[in-house]
Design a protein around this ligand. Sequence first.
Ligand SMILES: NC(=O)C1=CN([C@@H]2O[C@H](COP(=O)(O)OP(=O)(O)OC[C@H]3O[C@@H](n4cnc5c(N)ncnc54)[C@H](O)[C@@H]3O)[C@@H](O)[C@H]2O)C=CC1
Ligand SMILES: O=C(O)[C@@H]1CCC=N1
Length: 264
Amino acid sequence: MIAIIGAGKMGEALLAGMLNTGHDPADVLVTEPREDHALALRARYGVEVVTADEAASRAGTLILALKPQDMVALLDGIAPALKADCLVVSVAAGITTAVLEKHLAADIAVVRAMPNTPALVGLGMTAIAAGRHASEADLDRAESLLRSVGEVLRVPEAHMDTVTALSGTGPAYFYFIAETMIEAGVLMGMPRTTAEKLVTQTITGSAAMLRDSGEHPVVLREAVSSPGGTTAAAVRELERHGVRTAFTDAIEAARNRSRELSEG
Ligand SMILES: NC(=O)C1=CN([C@@H]2O[C@H](COP(=O)(O)OP(=O)(O)OC[C@H]3O[C@@H](n4cnc5c(N)ncnc54)[C@H](O)[C@@H]3O)[C@@H](O)[C@H]2O)C=CC1
Ligand SMILES: O=C(O)[C@@H]1CCC=N1
């Protein structure tokens, strides 16, 4: 039995992704304190909604998808109910395996995971790192569960805050760029629906080329840049406005915030 505690944006994306790829709703429990949302989840996915204690006592695999700030109180609450052989997978930004082990049980198997919301459409990117008592078999179990919603990479836990800044937070950077490009089209008088179509397909096609061509992004960008042309003019403006530095600083700020979240 798999239980998900906290079915907000990320927990629901994992739930929907898992069910879309063949998991049986009868094998999934959900804990969600917002009553109306809990009812909607039951109606939408056919899963059983239970208390956190019940989820902990019945789950073979427990996925924790509540906010980092709510995590310690939840861990302390469920610790006595948890099965000794339960695998605990936390997707919370910044919460280390040491914190999970300290508040659950010293010898519990925990895996720290960082997914992203494209899990909802089966194109998620998740990185995982093992706690002190998670065996290779536990990592395999976490990986096969998360592979149902996209790709999975194993990383040393020391990289998890950077993972959070790159792939966990990453979809927001692309939505920010998409939003900005659409508004620029509208500013220049284009109908919004036309701008949305042009931008969405451009981002989708560019992402597919990046994934499938094996080329470095600089090479792909050079192929768009005709001598004396429009792309070179646009890129000069991006550099003049420090967009490269702004992105680097933004990613570093996300990494630093992830580190802070483990401090409570
Ligand atoms: N949103 C994203 O793109 C990603 C989020 N995460 C992580 O996922 C976790 C959840 O983030 P979001 O889904 O964005 O937040 P959210 O606020 O949408 O979801 C949190 C959910 O937890 C529920 N909750 C609160 N207290 C609870 C409790 N005591 N027991 C059970 N459920 C409780 C809330 O009602 C809510 O539905 C965070 O730890 C975040 O770091 C990780 C990767 C990506
Ligand atoms: O914004 C956040 O804190 C979460 C973690 C990664 C993406 N969203």
